[in-house]
Design a protein around this ligand. Structure first.
Ligand code: ATP
Length: 137
């Protein structure tokens, strides 16, 4: 069954939005296969965001994502990779439609409360960064 990696970022955890975000995936009909609260090391953050290494905001991104615990999740179900991106909304919350997580809960492109894998390859790579095979249900 298709799986994707979704992560509530430190701003979302701090603002007590875990339940709200989990609910949206549950209500849509997806199944939680794994979840944990974890504080990322600088190394893990740099690995996760390696595609952005050359971007001007890379340092800021790594320091933000390691600033407090994140809630790491694996969601499972038909078409979940694309559907998760739709539930999350546009990267920049000012462009995210109302009804999406970012459209409803965020205003800032850096602190945009949640991450979701953007392709099957990213999903597989990111799940493996955060979870061991035996942690997946
Ligand atoms: P994510 O990977 O977090 O789900 P995304 O796939 O929607 O986000 P990307 O283009 O992969 O967006 O950017 C990764 C993250 O980098 C964004 O979520 C955002 O937090 C941060 N980011 C993107 N653009 C900027 C920017 N111009 N300034 C600051 N941070 C940015």
């Amino acid at each position: 069954m298709e799986r994707t990696y979704v992560m509530v970022k430190p701003d979302g955890v701090q603002r007590n939005l875990i339940g709200n975000i989990v609910s949206r995936f549950e209500q849509k009909g997806y199944t939680l296969a794994a979840a944990k609260l974890v504080t990322l090391s600088k190394e893990t953050a740099e690995t996760h965001y390696s595609e952005h290494r050359e971007r001007p905001f890379f340092g800021e991104l790594v320091s933000f994502i390691t600033s407090g615990p994140v809630f790491a999740m694996v969601w499972e179900g038909e078409g979940v990779i694309k559907a998760a991106r739709q539930l999350i909304g546009a990267t920049n919350p000012s462009e995210a439609a109302p009804g999406t997580i970012r459209g409803d809960l965020a205003v800032n492109v850096g602190m945009n409360v949640v991450h979701g894998s953007d392709s099957p390859e990213s999903a597989e790579r990111e799940i493996a960064i955060f979870f061991k095979e035996e942690e997946l249900n």
